[in-house]
Design a protein around this ligand. Structure first.
Ligand SMILES: [Zn+2]
Length: 309
Protein backbone atom coordinates (compact mmCIF):
# COMPACT_ATOMS: atom_id res chain seq x y z
CA UNK A 1 0.00 0.00 0.00
CA UNK A 2 1.35 3.39 -0.99
CA UNK A 3 0.80 5.50 2.15
CA UNK A 4 1.30 8.82 0.36
CA UNK A 5 -1.31 7.90 -2.23
CA UNK A 6 -3.74 6.81 0.49
CA UNK A 7 -3.33 10.22 2.18
CA UNK A 8 -3.97 12.00 -1.11
CA UNK A 9 -7.08 9.95 -1.82
CA UNK A 10 -8.41 11.06 1.55
CA UNK A 11 -8.56 14.63 0.23
CA UNK A 12 -11.82 15.27 -1.52
CA UNK A 13 -10.53 18.11 -3.70
CA UNK A 14 -7.61 16.04 -4.88
CA UNK A 15 -9.78 13.07 -5.87
CA UNK A 16 -12.09 15.51 -7.67
CA UNK A 17 -9.06 16.79 -9.58
CA UNK A 18 -7.98 13.30 -10.48
CA UNK A 19 -11.44 12.17 -11.56
CA UNK A 20 -12.09 15.23 -13.73
CA UNK A 21 -8.69 14.80 -15.35
CA UNK A 22 -9.46 11.18 -16.05
CA UNK A 23 -12.86 12.08 -17.55
CA UNK A 24 -11.09 14.33 -20.05
CA UNK A 25 -8.84 11.43 -21.05
CA UNK A 26 -11.83 9.07 -21.46
CA UNK A 27 -13.43 11.73 -23.68
CA UNK A 28 -10.25 12.23 -25.68
CA UNK A 29 -9.78 8.51 -26.34
CA UNK A 30 -13.40 8.10 -27.40
CA UNK A 31 -13.58 11.08 -29.72
CA UNK A 32 -10.13 10.79 -31.30
CA UNK A 33 -11.09 8.34 -34.12
CA UNK A 34 -13.93 10.67 -35.15
CA UNK A 35 -11.73 13.78 -35.07
CA UNK A 36 -9.03 11.97 -37.02
CA UNK A 37 -11.59 11.00 -39.66
CA UNK A 38 -12.91 14.58 -39.79
CA UNK A 39 -9.40 15.98 -40.23
CA UNK A 40 -8.81 13.52 -43.05
CA UNK A 41 -11.99 14.81 -44.72
CA UNK A 42 -10.96 18.45 -44.13
CA UNK A 43 -7.50 17.80 -45.61
CA UNK A 44 -8.99 15.94 -48.57
CA UNK A 45 -11.33 18.87 -49.20
CA UNK A 46 -8.44 21.35 -49.25
CA UNK A 47 -6.56 19.22 -51.79
CA UNK A 48 -9.62 18.87 -54.01
CA UNK A 49 -10.29 22.58 -53.90
CA UNK A 50 -6.67 23.49 -54.66
CA UNK A 51 -4.88 20.58 -56.36
CA UNK A 52 -1.65 22.57 -56.35
CA UNK A 53 -1.38 21.94 -52.61
CA UNK A 54 -0.42 18.35 -53.50
CA UNK A 55 2.93 19.50 -54.88
CA UNK A 56 6.17 18.83 -53.01
CA UNK A 57 7.92 21.53 -51.04
CA UNK A 58 11.38 21.67 -52.62
CA UNK A 59 13.04 23.68 -49.85
CA UNK A 60 12.23 21.63 -46.73
CA UNK A 61 10.74 24.81 -45.30
CA UNK A 62 11.18 25.25 -41.56
CA UNK A 63 8.30 26.38 -39.30
CA UNK A 64 10.27 29.55 -38.62
CA UNK A 65 10.12 30.37 -42.36
CA UNK A 66 6.36 29.94 -42.21
CA UNK A 67 6.13 32.28 -39.24
CA UNK A 68 8.18 34.96 -41.00
CA UNK A 69 6.39 34.31 -44.31
CA UNK A 70 9.75 33.52 -45.90
CA UNK A 71 8.87 29.97 -46.94
CA UNK A 72 8.45 28.68 -50.49
CA UNK A 73 5.39 29.69 -52.49
CA UNK A 74 3.72 26.35 -51.89
CA UNK A 75 4.18 26.35 -48.11
CA UNK A 76 2.92 29.94 -47.94
CA UNK A 77 -0.16 28.85 -49.82
CA UNK A 78 -0.67 26.14 -47.21
CA UNK A 79 -0.19 28.75 -44.50
CA UNK A 80 -2.86 30.95 -45.98
CA UNK A 81 -5.29 28.00 -46.33
CA UNK A 82 -4.73 27.01 -42.70
CA UNK A 83 -5.31 30.59 -41.55
CA UNK A 84 -8.39 30.87 -43.74
CA UNK A 85 -9.95 28.00 -41.77
CA UNK A 86 -8.91 29.30 -38.34
CA UNK A 87 -11.83 30.90 -36.51
CA UNK A 88 -9.61 33.85 -35.60
CA UNK A 89 -7.69 34.58 -38.76
CA UNK A 90 -5.32 37.03 -37.16
CA UNK A 91 -4.26 34.92 -34.21
CA UNK A 92 -0.74 33.67 -33.65
CA UNK A 93 -0.48 30.02 -34.58
CA UNK A 94 2.17 27.68 -33.20
CA UNK A 95 3.77 26.87 -36.54
CA UNK A 96 6.54 25.16 -34.59
CA UNK A 97 4.09 22.27 -34.09
CA UNK A 98 4.22 21.44 -37.78
CA UNK A 99 6.47 19.98 -40.44
CA UNK A 100 5.35 22.13 -43.40
CA UNK A 101 6.69 19.76 -46.08
CA UNK A 102 4.30 17.08 -44.73
CA UNK A 103 1.17 19.22 -45.06
CA UNK A 104 0.56 17.83 -48.53
CA UNK A 105 0.23 14.22 -47.41
CA UNK A 106 -0.39 14.19 -43.65
CA UNK A 107 -3.69 15.54 -42.39
CA UNK A 108 -2.50 15.51 -38.78
CA UNK A 109 0.36 17.89 -39.61
CA UNK A 110 -2.33 20.33 -40.71
CA UNK A 111 -4.41 19.61 -37.59
CA UNK A 112 -1.44 20.45 -35.35
CA UNK A 113 -1.45 24.05 -36.60
CA UNK A 114 -4.72 24.57 -34.66
CA UNK A 115 -3.34 23.16 -31.40
CA UNK A 116 -1.44 24.67 -28.47
CA UNK A 117 2.34 24.59 -28.68
CA UNK A 118 4.34 21.46 -27.93
CA UNK A 119 2.96 19.12 -30.60
CA UNK A 120 6.08 18.79 -32.73
CA UNK A 121 6.74 15.07 -32.18
CA UNK A 122 3.18 14.23 -31.16
CA UNK A 123 1.13 11.85 -33.29
CA UNK A 124 -2.68 11.73 -33.20
CA UNK A 125 -2.56 8.76 -30.80
CA UNK A 126 -0.30 10.67 -28.42
CA UNK A 127 -2.16 13.98 -28.27
CA UNK A 128 -3.70 15.12 -24.98
CA UNK A 129 -7.26 16.38 -24.32
CA UNK A 130 -6.23 20.01 -24.57
CA UNK A 131 -4.72 19.52 -28.03
CA UNK A 132 -7.89 17.90 -29.30
CA UNK A 133 -10.29 20.40 -27.71
CA UNK A 134 -8.33 23.34 -29.15
CA UNK A 135 -8.35 21.77 -32.60
CA UNK A 136 -12.14 21.36 -32.41
CA UNK A 137 -12.46 24.96 -31.24
CA UNK A 138 -10.16 26.69 -33.71
CA UNK A 139 -10.59 24.78 -36.97
CA UNK A 140 -13.75 26.04 -38.67
CA UNK A 141 -14.38 22.61 -40.22
CA UNK A 142 -16.10 21.57 -37.01
CA UNK A 143 -18.66 24.36 -37.26
CA UNK A 144 -19.77 22.65 -40.48
CA UNK A 145 -20.45 19.44 -38.55
CA UNK A 146 -22.65 21.30 -36.05
CA UNK A 147 -20.18 21.75 -33.24
CA UNK A 148 -21.11 24.68 -30.98
CA UNK A 149 -18.00 26.69 -30.20
CA UNK A 150 -19.41 27.93 -26.87
CA UNK A 151 -19.75 24.37 -25.56
CA UNK A 152 -16.24 23.51 -26.67
CA UNK A 153 -14.85 26.64 -25.02
CA UNK A 154 -16.66 25.86 -21.79
CA UNK A 155 -14.89 22.54 -21.59
CA UNK A 156 -11.53 24.09 -22.53
CA UNK A 157 -12.03 26.58 -19.68
CA UNK A 158 -12.70 23.70 -17.28
CA UNK A 159 -9.63 21.85 -18.52
CA UNK A 160 -7.44 24.91 -18.02
CA UNK A 161 -8.78 25.63 -14.54
CA UNK A 162 -8.19 22.01 -13.62
CA UNK A 163 -4.64 21.83 -14.92
CA UNK A 164 -3.64 25.22 -13.52
CA UNK A 165 -5.07 24.68 -10.05
CA UNK A 166 -2.06 25.29 -7.83
CA UNK A 167 -2.95 22.78 -5.13
CA UNK A 168 -4.08 20.14 -7.63
CA UNK A 169 -7.60 20.22 -6.28
CA UNK A 170 -11.10 21.36 -7.27
CA UNK A 171 -14.25 21.83 -5.19
CA UNK A 172 -17.51 19.90 -5.40
CA UNK A 173 -19.13 23.04 -6.86
CA UNK A 174 -16.51 23.13 -9.59
CA UNK A 175 -17.25 19.47 -10.32
CA UNK A 176 -20.95 20.31 -10.77
CA UNK A 177 -20.08 22.91 -13.41
CA UNK A 178 -17.65 20.51 -15.04
CA UNK A 179 -20.32 17.84 -15.23
CA UNK A 180 -22.68 20.26 -17.03
CA UNK A 181 -19.94 21.34 -19.47
CA UNK A 182 -19.02 17.71 -20.14
CA UNK A 183 -22.65 16.71 -20.69
CA UNK A 184 -23.22 19.53 -23.19
CA UNK A 185 -20.07 18.58 -25.05
CA UNK A 186 -20.99 14.89 -25.17
CA UNK A 187 -24.46 15.67 -26.48
CA UNK A 188 -23.00 17.42 -29.52
CA UNK A 189 -21.28 14.18 -30.47
CA UNK A 190 -24.05 11.75 -29.53
CA UNK A 191 -24.14 10.54 -33.16
CA UNK A 192 -20.53 9.30 -32.86
CA UNK A 193 -20.53 5.54 -32.11
CA UNK A 194 -17.92 5.46 -29.32
CA UNK A 195 -19.53 8.29 -27.39
CA UNK A 196 -22.32 6.38 -25.66
CA UNK A 197 -19.98 3.96 -23.86
CA UNK A 198 -17.65 6.89 -23.14
CA UNK A 199 -20.48 8.84 -21.53
CA UNK A 200 -21.26 5.83 -19.35
CA UNK A 201 -17.60 5.56 -18.31
CA UNK A 202 -17.47 9.29 -17.56
CA UNK A 203 -20.59 9.10 -15.40
CA UNK A 204 -19.11 6.17 -13.51
CA UNK A 205 -15.89 8.06 -13.01
CA UNK A 206 -17.72 11.11 -11.68
CA UNK A 207 -19.72 8.96 -9.25
CA UNK A 208 -16.99 6.67 -7.94
CA UNK A 209 -15.45 7.19 -4.49
CA UNK A 210 -11.72 6.67 -5.03
CA UNK A 211 -11.04 6.55 -1.31
CA UNK A 212 -12.39 3.01 -1.07
CA UNK A 213 -9.48 1.80 -3.17
CA UNK A 214 -7.03 3.19 -0.66
CA UNK A 215 -8.75 1.89 2.47
CA UNK A 216 -8.84 -1.66 1.13
CA UNK A 217 -12.58 -1.75 1.71
CA UNK A 218 -14.20 -4.04 -0.81
CA UNK A 219 -15.95 -2.01 -3.49
CA UNK A 220 -19.39 -3.58 -2.96
CA UNK A 221 -19.19 -2.77 0.79
CA UNK A 222 -19.27 0.93 0.11
CA UNK A 223 -22.77 2.42 0.02
CA UNK A 224 -21.69 4.81 -2.76
CA UNK A 225 -20.33 2.01 -4.85
CA UNK A 226 -23.31 -0.22 -4.14
CA UNK A 227 -25.64 2.42 -5.56
CA UNK A 228 -23.34 2.91 -8.50
CA UNK A 229 -23.19 -0.79 -9.33
CA UNK A 230 -26.94 -1.19 -9.31
CA UNK A 231 -27.41 1.92 -11.47
CA UNK A 232 -24.98 1.01 -14.18
CA UNK A 233 -24.23 -1.93 -16.41
CA UNK A 234 -20.77 -2.59 -15.01
CA UNK A 235 -18.64 -1.20 -12.22
CA UNK A 236 -15.41 0.56 -13.15
CA UNK A 237 -12.36 -1.66 -13.04
CA UNK A 238 -10.04 0.42 -10.86
CA UNK A 239 -6.92 -0.49 -8.90
CA UNK A 240 -4.46 1.57 -6.89
CA UNK A 241 -1.87 0.99 -9.61
CA UNK A 242 -4.27 2.43 -12.14
CA UNK A 243 -5.00 5.48 -9.97
CA UNK A 244 -1.26 5.95 -9.65
CA UNK A 245 -1.00 5.88 -13.43
CA UNK A 246 -3.71 8.56 -13.75
CA UNK A 247 -1.78 10.81 -11.40
CA UNK A 248 1.39 10.31 -13.40
CA UNK A 249 -0.38 11.09 -16.70
CA UNK A 250 -1.90 14.30 -15.35
CA UNK A 251 1.33 15.45 -13.74
CA UNK A 252 3.19 14.73 -16.96
CA UNK A 253 0.68 16.87 -18.85
CA UNK A 254 1.10 19.68 -16.32
CA UNK A 255 4.89 19.46 -16.53
CA UNK A 256 4.84 19.43 -20.33
CA UNK A 257 2.79 22.61 -20.29
CA UNK A 258 5.07 24.25 -17.72
CA UNK A 259 8.11 23.27 -19.80
CA UNK A 260 6.69 25.07 -22.82
CA UNK A 261 5.77 28.19 -20.88
CA UNK A 262 9.15 28.17 -19.10
CA UNK A 263 10.74 29.14 -22.40
CA UNK A 264 8.77 32.39 -22.40
CA UNK A 265 10.07 35.45 -20.56
CA UNK A 266 6.61 36.13 -19.14
CA UNK A 267 6.28 32.83 -17.31
CA UNK A 268 4.45 32.96 -14.00
CA UNK A 269 6.87 31.08 -11.74
CA UNK A 270 4.23 30.90 -9.01
CA UNK A 271 2.76 27.84 -10.76
CA UNK A 272 6.16 26.12 -10.63
CA UNK A 273 6.59 26.91 -6.95
CA UNK A 274 3.13 25.59 -6.10
CA UNK A 275 3.73 22.35 -7.95
CA UNK A 276 7.09 22.06 -6.20
CA UNK A 277 5.33 22.53 -2.86
CA UNK A 278 2.90 19.76 -3.74
CA UNK A 279 5.71 17.40 -4.75
CA UNK A 280 7.62 18.13 -1.54
CA UNK A 281 4.62 16.97 0.46
CA UNK A 282 4.28 13.80 -1.58
CA UNK A 283 7.57 11.97 -1.54
CA UNK A 284 6.42 9.16 -3.85
CA UNK A 285 5.58 11.65 -6.61
CA UNK A 286 8.57 13.80 -5.80
CA UNK A 287 10.91 10.87 -6.52
CA UNK A 288 9.41 10.54 -9.98
CA UNK A 289 8.95 14.14 -10.98
CA UNK A 290 11.29 16.37 -9.00
CA UNK A 291 14.20 16.13 -11.45
CA UNK A 292 11.93 17.21 -14.28
CA UNK A 293 10.51 20.07 -12.25
CA UNK A 294 14.01 21.25 -11.37
CA UNK A 295 14.98 21.19 -15.04
CA UNK A 296 11.94 23.33 -15.86
CA UNK A 297 12.82 25.62 -12.94
CA UNK A 298 16.26 26.27 -14.35
CA UNK A 299 14.78 26.89 -17.81
CA UNK A 300 12.56 29.52 -16.24
CA UNK A 301 15.56 31.04 -14.47
CA UNK A 302 14.45 29.95 -11.02
CA UNK A 303 17.26 29.13 -8.60
CA UNK A 304 17.51 25.36 -8.26
CA UNK A 305 17.84 25.73 -4.48
CA UNK A 306 14.24 26.87 -4.31
CA UNK A 307 13.10 23.64 -5.84
CA UNK A 308 15.31 21.22 -3.94
CA UNK A 309 13.82 18.98 -1.29
ZN1 LIG B 1 8.18 24.87 -48.61
Amino acid sequence: MNEDLAVRLNKREYTNWLKAGQCLYILKDAILPFIDEQMRAFHGGLLREKPRLREHCQNSCHPRNIELSQACRLCLEWKSEILKHHIQRHSTLYWGNCTPSSWRNDHWEVAKAYMPRGQVHVTAEMCDPSALLNLINYCDWFASVNVKATYVRELIKCRNELMHSGNLGVTDQWMKNFKVAMKRFLQMFSHVPCMTPAEEKINQMLAVDLLIFATGLHAEDSPDMGALVSDSVSKPDISLDLISQWEADLLQERLRELRHTAEEPTMDTEQLKMLDGFLQENKDLSERFCAELQAIGSLAGLQLEELKS
